[in-house]
Design a protein around this ligand. Sequence first.
Ligand SMILES: [Zn+2]
Length: 145
Amino acid sequence: MKKEMIMNDLKSNQKRIADAGLKVTQQRLAILELIRTLEHPCTENVYESLQKNSLDVSLGTVYNTLESFADRGLISRMVTETGLVRYEPNCDGHYHLYSREENRIEDYKNEELQQYLADYFKRNKIPGFSIDEIQVQITGRFESE
Ligand SMILES: [Zn+2]
């Protein structure tokens, strides 16, 4: 994690944390920034990265912080088939390609699919359920190039 990168996003991250009704702290800023720089990190990934950057935060605090961010919609959480929770920034509707073998997740962006799903559920409301977010995970194998 580069120092300059943290500075660039500091202002907007401060605002995002405050807007979510949380107190802006060094720890929260660092964790929010890490979610952007690491790819779909789990709690341990974030924890290890903080340690590398000499930020001494306990694993429990990292977990609680990530969960409170996710609860407030600051970041998204996803659960892989192995039950591991991974986090990521709120991205404009992208989907996930997941390889069970490699336990690897890649983003899959497709505006047509996004539009299609939005339109579909607008036309076909699910009785007794209101949709916040649609997540799609496509499971398969990455072919070697
Ligand atoms: Zn993603």
